[in-house]
Design a protein around this ligand. Sequence first.
Ligand code: 5RP
Length: 225
Amino acid sequence: MDAKRIAAEQAVNYIHDGMIVGLGTGSTAYWAIQKLGSRVQEGLRIKAIATSVQSEDLAKTLGIPFIPFSEINEIDITIDGADEVDPNFNLIKGGGGALLREKIVAAASKQLIIVVDKSKLVNRLGAFPLPIEIVTFGYDLTIRKLQLLKCEPKLRMIKNKIFVTDNGNYIVDCLFHEIENPEELHNKLNLIPGVVDNGLFVNMTRRVIVGSLNGDIQEHENKNG
Ligand code: 5RP
């Protein structure tokens, strides 16, 4: 079985009757949503909030019921993927362009469970270009400001068109190579006018589940997350 699928299905074991569940985005979260769909069809009673239109559409086809933010203050557990995970449980997310909704949902969650294969584990964040969501107004200027933080910024394109997020914004992928202090960089980036949010998730993760092709599963718990 696929390593991402093994990790994602293991995470679904943490979901119980009555929970509000945050649904992540991407090819690993896909397997968690599929498994959750099967469990709902078997009688599990949960309500969901999704981090992207894509995940919401998938979950709805599987019969997973939704609850609006207006009716809740907290999410019990969110299961999501990541692009990089460091030994301090800090993440780079947003490879799929859903980082803003992912962060809003993660911040509202009592527990964020990250599901990955081994390729996502790194000693230091930054080899994966950091996705940054920016508003469309003045975006050229915002990109030049990002460049001053010593990254190589690239406006995300898809089929020769600028990629637009579910929130109507653009994404800039910023290659830093090595991020020495994720928290400091996170705060600096979010102070630039035009930046909505960035894909650094600093100390938000409670548990990282790592799947392997041979079926092995490793779980790492962050006691402070
Ligand atoms: C989407 C994300 C994803 O979780 C991240 O890109 C990992 O994706 P995948 O599970 O497909 O490798 O942050 O915005």
